[in-house]
Design a binder for this molecule. Structure first.
Ligand SMILES: NC(=O)c1ccc[n+]([C@@H]2O[C@H](COP(=O)([O-])OP(=O)(O)OC[C@H]3O[C@@H](n4cnc5c(N)ncnc54)[C@H](OP(=O)(O)O)[C@@H]3O)[C@@H](O)[C@H]2O)c1
Length: 260
């Protein structure tokens, strides 16, 4: 299968760790001419660039950008020049455990600002550059919990579901030039998931390994996923090979989501 990234320009927002970093690695390896990774922390970006250089022999461009800050998103697009931008991957996001009644408006708003509005902002700012590509590709990161809500994750369950609606709606609005799809991970061992499980381990007074084993037992394939396994789907949807796929939200979760 020819992913055909040669000569293309890709932006991975949230590309310094986890699934975003694994996606940047595939894009570099598959010959994408220009890969820009962005996230808030310059230190994480520097470490990511070194990791990618060691893994692929190529160095991505890096730019510190907080997706919740409109002026930083504008600076990120300015860094890309006039386009064209062929691939946009929005790989940042987050969640926290809480029961419904304990939540204040501020916590809802902060998570909305990151998961939903941050994604909207990056996408809207990138649109003029994506439109210059003959075939633009947008890939968002949702979650299995958008389809099958996770316990104690009511905020991200709600906001990730919004991303599925955004994906479907935008895929119609941006057709036929740009495809929009969403990859929904289940339980992937990334820094984000590890910090969540560490918190659960502390609360339960057990080891991180015990929480990982307990989580793995809920997944039909019997283990957590890797960032690379999720990134494979992201890269496919970002490629020419996925030319007839748009508006889809695809679970990459080892069978965690049980619905038909
Ligand atoms: N891992 C899982 O099990 C899992 C499950 C379901 C869904 N997901 C979703 O998959 C996506 C990737 O998750 P991951 O596990 O790879 O997470 P991760 O390892 O924590 O990586 C998140 C990336 O986003 C960046 N980031 C965070 N906040 C940002 C902001 N405000 N602006 C710009 N960049 C920001 C982080 O770098 P900085 O800290 O430098 O900003 C990092 O590069 C997320 O949308 C997550 O919700 C993951």
């Amino acid at each position: 299968m020819d992913l055909n990234f040669t000569g293309k320009c890709a932006l991975v927002a949230g590309g310094s760790t986890g699934i975003g970093l694994a996606t940047a690695e595939i894009l570099l390896r598959e010959g994408c001419q220009r890969v820009v990774i962005a996230s808030r922390s310059a230190a994480k970006l520097e470490a990511a660039a070194a990791t990618l250089q060691a893994a692929t022999g190529r160095t991505p461009e890096t730019l510190a950008c907080d997706a919740t800050r409109p002026e930083q998103v504008a600076a990120l697009m300015a860094h890309l020049g006039g386009g064209p931008l062929h691939v946009l991957v929005s790989a940042f996001g987050g969640s926290f455990r809480s029961g419904f009644e304990a939540l204040e408006d501020a916590q809802w708003l902060a998570n909305y600002e990151l998961n939903v509005l941050g994604t909207v902002r990056v996408l809207r700012a990138a649109l003029p550059l994506l439109r210059q590509a003959e075939t633009g590709r947008v890939v968002l990161l949702g979650a299995t919990s958008a389809r099958q809500p996770s316990e104690h994750q009511i905020v991200s369950n709600t906001h990730k579901a919004a991303l599925l609606a955004l994906t479907k709606t935008l895929s119609n609005e941006l057709a036929p030039g740009t495809t929009v799809n969403c990859v929904c991970p289940g339980r992937v061992l990334t820094p984000l998931a590890e910090s969540r499980m560490r918190q659960r381990a502390m609360e339960a007074g057990v080891s991180l390994e015990a929480i990982i084993a307990e989580t793995a037992a809920t997944i039909p394939l019997g283990r957590l996923g890797t960032a690379a396994e999720t990134a494979n789907m992201v890269a496919f949807l970002a490629s020419d090979a996925a030319s007839y796929v748009t508006g889809q939200s695809i679970l990459v979760d080892g069978g965690l989501g049980r619905a038909v």
